[in-house]
Design a protein around this ligand. Structure first.
Ligand code: HAM
Length: 429
């Protein structure tokens, strides 16, 4: 029986690998332009790290087991708890704000579907030690700029932005008990995923009743309101106004960066993860064909909760799966460059040593070079060179000819030029 890969896990054949490398390279470029330093952590972590910090949705999707030493462990489903632990351990000695990024492979036992697999690569960019609105704008701008880097524009994507403090104030105002706020966020997160009866039942279990239930379910109709219109409809509350002013400031900064056209307030966006405390955002394709491309926000209590200092923090995660789908559907995947530039051919077998010298000179000059291992006929070798998409055949020989000269044949035009071996790599001498 042929052994295949597990459901939701990918084999990266060269074509898929090229796209993955293209995406990773774009992530590294943009993170570098924002002055972020790269870090990584272990792919396997103590189970406890996620059970305490990630929230029930992710905990239900863990690849978890007991290791041979009897430890309860899990493959990392997200990077934020690892990041919080690592940065927390060193934060005291680091200049603030700390800007770190990583591109881990993550594992979640989700139902494989369009845009969701059981492993994915995820760009994480996070800032620690800054509570001002500029950091929120900077993180959202970085996420948008990653997508711009791949050729996506305002017409393609939208950043939906909200603030959990604002929504907590709204929930308090309509009577949601303090210890039910997180549960109510989980319901808001599911407004477009579950039917009304199921959501009412969830709210009932949280002790939320009457007008508060209607207000929460009614949020679904508010998702197109501007921040001003939403706040105006909430009725006066100092807490709501303070949170709304802060969010307005974040949106103003994004406007000043020239990114205003990408961004809109969305009262229904609260995010599923438990640790967010302030600004939350997600990037979506405007056409609504794909799942969220990216999500993040502020998590000011998390570092302390994993044993670190009490420092504000925020960041986002962007997966490669939706991004790859989106770039493919928009024709934004660049043609791969051929793996081979030069195919070196010895016309006779006794020129093998000279051939190897030529191959090495070309490689030292930075060319991508291969040759035939099996001394097949010249016609056959030329055919292989074409199949590989090589630019040039480098022809050596025949025996008795000028040992210092090779012929460079352009495989498109068939034109040939004679070049001395010394000149193949002018930097080599
Ligand atoms: P998240 O919303 O769970 O956030 O994931 C962020 C992004 O990762 C999603 O928008 C999606 O692109 C991708 N993603 C998540 N799960 C899958 C999956 N099963 N298959 C393919 N792609 C997936 C977090 O993980 C937070 N830790 C992000 C963060 C960093 N917040 C602050 N800092």
């Amino acid at each position: 029986m042929a052994l295949t890969s597990l459901p939701g896990f990918r084999d990266f054949f060269p074509a898929e690998m090229r796209l993955r490398t293209h995406i990773l390279a774009g992530w590294h470029r943009v993170a570098g332009r924002y002055g972020f330093e790269e870090y990584d952590g272990p792919p396997l972590e103590p189970l406890e790290l996620y059970v305490r910090k990630s929230g029930e949705e992710i905990v239900g999707q863990l690849y978890r087991f007991t290791d041979q030493g009897g430890r309860e462990v899990a493959l990392r489903p997200e990077m934020t708890p690892t990041f919080a632990r690592m940065v927390g351990a060193r934060a005291a000695g680091l200049p603030k704000p700390i800007r770190w990024y990583s591109t881990p492979q993550l594992f979640r036992y989700e139902r494989p579907q369009k845009g969701r697999l059981r492993e994915h690569f995820q760009l994480n960019m996070d800032i620690v030690g800054e509570s001002g609105e500029l950091a929120d704008a900077e993180i959202i701008a970085a996420a948008i700029d990653v997508l711009r880097e791949f050729g996506l524009g305002e017409a393609d994507i939208v950043a939906r932005v909200s603030d959990r403090k604002l929504m907590a104030a709204v929930l308090r105002q309509c009577g949601v008990p303090e210890d039910s706020l997180n549960g109510a966020f989980a319901v808001i997160d599911r407004l477009d995923k579950e039917d009304e009866a199921a959501l009412r039942e969830r709210l009932g279990k949280l002790g939320v009743a009457g007008a508060a239930t209607d207000r929460i379910l009614g949020l679904a109709g508010d998702s197109d309101l501007t921040l001003e219109a939403f706040v105006a409809g909430c009725g006066a509350s100092a807490e709501i106004e303070a949170a709304a002013d802060r969010l307005a400031c974040v949106l103003d900064h994004l406007e000043a960066m020239g990114l205003g056209g990408f961004v809109r307030f969305d009262a229904t966006l609260v995010r599923g993860l438990a640790y967010y405390t302030g600004t939350v955002f997600e990037l979506w394709d405007r056409a609504g064909e794909f799942r969220a491309i990216c999500g993040g926000g502020r998590y000011d209590g998390l570092l302390e909760a994993v044993g670190g200092p009490d420092l504000p923090a925020l960041g986002f995660g962007m997966g490669d799966v939706v991004l790859a789908g989106l770039l493919t559907s928009r024709g934004l995947v660049p043609e791969g460059i051929p793996a081979v530039q030069d195919f070196v051919i010895c016309e006779t077998r006794d020129q093998r040593s000279l051939g190897l010298r030529v191959v090495h000179r070309l490689r030292d000059a930075g060319r991508r070079v291969v040759y035939d291992f099996a001394d097949r006929s010249m016609a056959r070798q030329l055919k292989v060179a074409h199949q590989l998409g090589a630019e040039r055949a480098v022809l050596i020989g025949p025996a008795g000819g000028n040992e210092d000269v090779v012929r460079l044949r352009d495989l498109d035009s068939g034109d040939e030029e004679r070049v001395s071996i010394e000149d193949l790599n002018p930097t080599n001498d």
